[in-house]
Design a protein around this ligand. Sequence first.
Ligand code: PMT
Length: 399
Amino acid sequence: MGALTGKKIVLGVTGGIAAYKAVEIASRLRKAGAEVHVIMTREATEFVTELTFREITGQPVSVDMWAKVTNFNVEHIALATLADLVLIAPATANIIAKIAAGIADDMLTTTVLATKAPVMLAPAMNTNMYENPVTQGNMAELRRRGMQLIEPASGHLACGIEGKGRLPEPVQIVQEVMDFMTREQPLQGRRIIVTAGGTIEPLDPVRYLGNRSTGKMGYAIAAEAARQGAEVLLVSGPSNLPNPAGVRTVRIQTAREMQAAVEAEYGEADAVIMSAAVADYRPKNVAADKIKKSDDELVLHLERNPDILFGLGQQKQQQVLVGFAAETCNVEEYAKKKLTKKNLDFIVANDVSSKDAGFAVDNNRVQLYFRDGRAEKYPLMAKAELAKVILEKVAGILS
Ligand code: PMT
């Protein structure tokens, strides 16, 4: 039995000189046990023939959306549905741009748009095209949507120049596919609620009280939890970030809306990670019309918002509860108080006293305090890395 036995892989081949290497990729995938269905772009057929792939894979090859259908079950949208993985190798700058833009004008792009399977691309092109900010931006967009990009190799390119853009050797690409398909998903089947961003509390129809949270931390956790197999609900305050791939995202504005969204699914949740910066107070009266300038001073009366996490701690059953505490001083003391008061499994104490960590930047500097008294201190780290650390702890408690 090969590492890919039972897996169905749709191999997209696009029109670059490296298309000939896709023949060996198809062959190796098949030897590893996969059922391989090839979709070629029209341009790819200028470099390699359909017949070659048909012989190598033992399956019909798709090119034309409008070709006579021989076996409906492996045509059109059916390929998108049957795929366990869509691998595009080589992926030209053109196909990358089309996928980034959501274009579906041939069999391959239609399949990519229609599939729910993971998509992996192996970009291969001229170095200047690869380095062009448009291509780099398109690749970033694909990564953001959860697609996997295989790093191109450097070396002598067919166009005569040296640089980055070569398709890696087929053996490496197939290894990446095997690593991906057999990766561990420690949160498979777990339901995780993540909150992110800051809540905003209206003062009048045009103004609100808010804070500087951007959602970066919570979105990183939600995206990573989905990658690790969890079914994720992200409850987010206003944020400019796009919804993370594979994550059910609910956008709210106020603390009370966040509370309602979280509590609606709390009973079924395995874990709740509250990274949101929730407003503790809201204006007592929300003016129906825009507040006008009058005196030199404006006095606002605020009232307490519910403490969402405290409430969850009170009702806690099977759920692992994780809180955050952004502090500028006495970090340990304040965080530990919140850990106990809110009945948490652990708290992420976030030292936001320096500008390089905390709100609106890509890094956090944290210490974790656990209910059994353990403490772990971490150096400045990317929020994406911290997300992995937090989820590893959650998975450990759940197992
Ligand atoms: O979004 P970014 O720009 O990436 O910034 C991320 C962050 C700095 C906001 C985040 O990493 C963080 O530290 N969040 C916690 C913010 C905070 O100070 O929380 P707190 O100390 O007010 O609350 C403690 C815990 O109780 C938090 O988990 C909070 O979500 C929760 N809480 C607080 C108040 C409230 N009314 N209800 C709550 O549930």
